[in-house]
Design a protein around this ligand. Structure first.
Ligand SMILES: Cc1ncc(COP(=O)(O)O)c(C=O)c1O
Length: 425
């Protein structure tokens, strides 16, 4: 080695201590902020004090109480710090990590994601969001004029528009059944899908938890019915994933798309795309780049230069989730749901417009304040109490949509309920 090169390497290793470390060392370094946070969370405790500790690990604008996780998730402080570290590492030595330097670390994120859903890592692609996942499915399908795709009236535009754009112009029909707003049983919803199926149906595109009123749709039952008739099932899991336990192998659907930046609390712009092995042959990449010949599911996430620090940040978010425990998060979601519902049930002016059964709703509840316009309720909640939520007008809901994420405490629910009661008059 020349003297100059030796000098250069020495300077490099002094100037940027992390620059010549291995990716594994850098991962360990970047994950330091996570460690102490995770240690505090790894207990069997489920008390309110425990959830207040969780709350303290999130940060919001001063005075803000965030009941709007369904619009966009919050990201805990340790995950933000870890992600910043990943960004710094990348920018300290840009060419090193983007095209292979973080290969093992990205594969580790894929494995953790597969575990979250009880599937194989060969069925998981790390994409950007649900919108992309639904486009990937809708653009891939080799449908013919006269074929039908079922997409019910509560589907999000990100799940409906891809079908319209990629398939309707070919003469494919989008069939739009009407869902009940307050079903009393799973069968009521299955019956709607059963009625919508014809001999021309090729795909059922279905939301796991609708963004309008928080209703859960019965994916397993609809899939069983669809598969008996050779129909594929594509699921929009944007709102469901992270809120409660999901076993995709058991649910049986063909495709499932996720926005990790909602209920998995990851950095923004990270999504998951699941395709079961048996159904992967239907898919083609949305973006074609170097490595497109790869026959594994990785070909669907290959954008060349992309947001890898955020993908690693998503891995940190999964560590965070695992430290608390998926079952504990599931139970807390339902605990908050029941706490909220029980607190407003005696007030006749506060009308719940989300189905009651646990199989039909979880961490999103919508409520109408009778005699008021929802926009006024939304504005007063924010202006007078610093509470952020989403107004929902569609389907005559006239109701505020409230998200009960793990950083919400019962004290905050009490404040919300008292604010709603005051506004109701
Ligand atoms: C049910 C549902 N699907 C899809 C999306 C789109 O999510 P993203 O913008 O992360 O792709 C949303 C966003 O709110 C949603 O609620």
């Amino acid at each position: 080695m020349s003297d100059n090169r030796r000098k250069f390497l020495k300077t490099l290793s002094i100037g940027a201590a992390s620059a010549l470390a291995t990716p594994t060392q850098i991962w360990a370094q970047a994950a330091i902020p996570l460690r102490s946070a995770l240690t505090n969370l790894k207990t069997n405790a489920t008390s309110e004090a425990y959830w207040e500790t969780v709350q303290s690990q999130f940060r919001f604008a001063e005075g803000l109480t965030y009941f709007n996780n369904g619009s966009l998730g919050a990201c805990p402080k340790p995950i933000r710090e870890a992600t910043l570290n990943f960004r710094d590492t990348l920018d300290d030595f840009p060419s090193r990590y983007m095209w292979g330097g973080w290969k093992d670390e990205i594969e580790a994120v894929r494995q953790k994601t597969a575990k979250l859903f009880s599937v194989s890592e060969e069925e998981i692609a790390l994409i950007h969001n649900t919108t992309e996942g639904m486009n990937l499915i809708a653009s891939s399908m080799n449908l013919q004029a006269g074929d039908e795709v079922i997409s019910a009236d509560h589907e999000h535009t990100s799940a409906l528009n891809p079908w319209k754009y990629w398939q309707e112009s070919k003469g494919v029909t989008i069939v739009t059944p009407t869902l009940p707003l307050l079903p009393k049983s799973v069968d009521e919803i299955v019956a709607v899908y059963r009625k919508a199926i014809t001999s021309k149906t090729k795909v059922i595109s279905i939301c796991h938890l609708v963004n309008t009123n928080g209703m859960i749709l019965p994916i397993k039952e609809v899939t069983e019915m669809a598969h008996e008739k050779g129909i594929l099932v594509a699921v929009d899991g944007a709102q469901a994933t992270g809120m409660f336990t999901i076993d995709l192998r058991d649910m049986g659907c063909d495709f499932y798309t996720v926005s990790a930046h909602k209920w998995l609390f990851s950095p923004k712009g990270v999504g998951v795309f699941y395709a079961r092995q048996e159904s992967q042959h239907h898919l083609q990449p949305l973006v074609v780049a170097r490595g497109y010949e790869d026959t594994s599911i990785r070909r669907l996430e290959n954008y060349n230069t992309r947001n890898l620090p955020e993908v690693l940040g998503f891995g940190a978010a999964l560590d965070y989730r695992n430290a608390i425990g998926g079952q504990k998060i599931h139970d807390r979601t339902y605990e908050l749901k029941h706490y909220f519902r029980s607190k407003i049930e005696d007030n006749e002016k506060l009308v719940l417009k989300t189905p009651e059964l646990d199989s039909l709703s979880a961490g999103i509840q919508v409520v109408e304040v009778l005699g008021t316009d929802v926009k006024e309720v939304k504005n007063r909640l924010f202006d007078e109490y610093g509470i952020d939520c989403r107004p929902m007008s569609k389907f005559g809901l006239n109701a505020v949509r409230l998200s009960f994420a793990i950083f919400i405490t019962k004290k905050q629910v009490d404040t919300l309920v008292s604010a709603l009661a005051t506004i109701a008059g």
